[in-house]
Design a binder for this molecule. Structure first.
Ligand code: DON
Length: 313
């Protein structure tokens, strides 16, 4: 369905949100970051950004939430643009883990001790370590600049309460980072790199912005709004491939079969889904399943994928 009847597109989005929001009851908000534990469970929002840049939304599409792991796609993008593929993949692998996103186990058992991929926490911390700059602010600015351009929102910012909340409770991430330092994957100041990681996870967005990010990935880096190629096609290809193989963590296989769209989830309940050459989708639903993905969000994407034949497979 590419000749969109825009009235029916809007109606489908609204109806699908209405008949999917109940799924939220099956999930839980995460408890390991206090600021996320305060979120209301029964929320669901969706935005779709079409090839011409027009955006359609339904439900809780204007509620702000933090990118969390969705931001790992963009720190990877910056690292690839700064250093190229060879440098990046000498320090982080390309394989799915089958383990939870914050697992530490394979870091020690696999040799060399490099994280298996850039979408798990260990891999994303290693990627944060590759982002150059004289200070954390300067390094963060590289990611913010890209995201501001992509979303068209010059006011995009870090949610400071979320950042502080994660920083104060992130002992597992700290353990991963010090292990990476010991294995010579990270060099320099570990606390500064963790700080950069917590901050990029705490960038605040809405589904409208996530749909725009996804649409630019779907268009291989081309931004219809500014008529600019914002990053190389090759970088888009690598990011979308990771989204298929590792974007939904140890549920990526199931998601590929049930939904079939390159996607990246975050523990705040967001999902960014890029349908190549067709559209970008942003979804928000804070109740998560046991793998850390939005329960209602996954269900909603599954319904839209079935309805509009969006699977790439
Ligand atoms: O490091 C963490 O645990 C969070 N800042 C991000 C994890 C996350 O989003 C996992 N996604 N489902």
């Amino acid at each position: 369905m590419d000749n969109w009847d825009l009235t029916s597109l809007q109606r489908v989005l609204e109806e699908t949100v209405q008949n999917t929001i109940g799924e939220a009851e099956k999930g839980q908000v995460p408890s390991y970051i206090p600021e996320l534990a305060r979120q209301e469970k029964r929320r669901l929002g969706v935005s779709v950004c079409l090839k011409d840049g027009s955006v359609f939304s339904a439900g809780d599409a204007h509620l702000p939430f933090t990118l969390q792991s969705i931001s790992k796609t963009f720190s990877l993008m910056v690292a690839l643009c700064e250093h190229g593929e060879r440098y990046v993949f000498e320090r982080v692998g390309k394989e799915p883990t089958g383990d939870p996103f914050n697992s530490i186990i394979k870091l020690e058992t696999i040799k060399p001790h490099k994280p298996l991929n850039p979408m798990i926490n260990a891999g994303a911390i290693a990627v944060a370590g590759m982002i150059p700059g004289g200070s954390v602010e300067e390094r963060l600015e590289k990611i913010m600049r890209l995201l501001r351009k992509m979303t068209g929102n010059p006011d995009l910012r870090v949610n400071d309460e979320m950042y502080q909340s994660e920083k104060q409770t992130a002992d597992r991430n700290r353990a991963l980072a010090y292990f990476l330092k010991d294995s010579r994957i990270l060099d320099g100041d570990v606390e500064e790199t963790l700080d950069l990681y917590f901050r990029h996870c705490s960038i605040e967005v809405t589904t409208v912005e996530v749909a725009r990010l996804a649409a630019i990935l779907a268009a291989d880096g081309y931004d219809i709004a500014s008529k600019e190629q914002l990053f190389p096609r090759e970088v888009a290809r690598i990011c979308k491939t990771f989204m298929v193989t590792c974007g939904m963590y140890n549920a990526s296989g199931e998601f590929a079969i049930d939904v079939g769209i390159p996607a990246k989830s975050g523990v705040a309940g967001g999902i960014m889904a890029a349908v190549p050459q067709r559209m970008g989708l942003g979804v928000f639903g804070p109740a998560l399943d046991d793998k850390g993905n939005s329960v209602a969000g996954v269900k909603l994407l599954q319904k839209l994928s079935d309805l509009w034949d969006l699977s790439i497979f």
